[in-house]
Design a binder for this molecule. Sequence first.
Ligand code: NAP
Length: 352
Amino acid sequence: MTHEPGTTVRPQDDGTLRWGVLGATSYIATHLMPAIAATDGCALTAVASRPGRAAAAAELGRPFGAAAHRDYAALLADPAIDAVYIPLPNTDHVEWTLRALEAGKHVLVEKPMAMDEDGCARIEKAAEAASRTVMEAFMYRFHPQQRRAAEILASGEIGELRVVRASFAYRIESGSGNIRLDPDLGGGATWDVGCYAVDAPLLFFGRAPRRVRARFSSRPGLAVETSAVATMDFGEGRSAVVDYSIDYGPRAAYELQGTRGTVMVRNAWAMSGEDGVVTVLTHDGVREETVPAADHYQLQVEAFARAVRDGVPAPMPLSDSRRTARVGSALVASAAAGGAAVNTADDASGAL
Ligand SMILES: NC(=O)c1ccc[n+]([C@@H]2O[C@H](COP(=O)([O-])OP(=O)(O)OC[C@H]3O[C@@H](n4cnc5c(N)ncnc54)[C@H](OP(=O)(O)O)[C@@H]3O)[C@@H](O)[C@H]2O)c1
């Protein structure tokens, strides 16, 4: 199948969306690749590694019957691929998303789509020009417990949203060789777990904050920030308090506090075998709702494939990715300026 830029693209005649993966990563092999393979109308067709690592790509692809390509460019040149999933180091997301779009592929790119707003804007422009779907892979958004929290908020049970508290962490050991500890590969807590801590308040307030302040700290011997505490001012008495870390043990929690109560999600990263739990606290007492286990990776793949097939906007809009990138960059700028306020408004209205 060839893709002509400027046309609406559908997967091949039988409707199958044929996926290629750039980078043979173990985490992805156990999470996203099985999700693609298990999704109706999707096929995991090929995996590519950097030159010299074709064996890794072949090994990862074998259980799924996926071919191995000698490098990323070769996979992009393969006309048997409709969509590309990009789990590369953060510094490579923009370049390879743009190259995939140029090659006529739809793209699901890992978070962060870009480490600044300009990168997202370039991708948005290229996607529009190529008439291809691009979506940032914020898998947690697809878990039904997040939808349930949003429904409770929309029902008015907790009143008007005033504060979002988000806290995301897991520990990465020094000397582990993890890409997240390498500043040259876009490492640091902000562009890893911080993406979730930034996204949650923006998702539930449905807009960017007016300004943010952040303080970072680094584990001795590491050249990236490993923990952060930040505040966001959404105006009119609304705010967010977030913390994130690759120093501490695991945590993926957020709270939505309104004028009448609070909704709490204690494990926003609930994996496929774990139920979600949403707790609601009001003056009437505490209620705990169990949200049946779901595979957010597969729900994400299904949603992306639907957007491609039906030619409808992806459920994680590019405008949200731009905002998240803008706010993430502002946290970095604020921390560099000793915690000074940095403007992040959607328009000039939040100017300091
Ligand atoms: N949404 C989620 O749940 C989730 C979970 C984990 C990771 N992620 C995201 O996925 C991305 C990759 O994270 P990861 O933990 O999977 O990383 P990883 O295990 O280190 O894998 C990254 C892959 O990128 C390729 N690569 C290209 N240039 C590289 C370089 N200079 N150094 C190292 N690897 C390089 C390698 O594949 P080849 O050698 O085969 O080319 C490598 O296997 C990140 O953006 C991260 O935020 C998301």
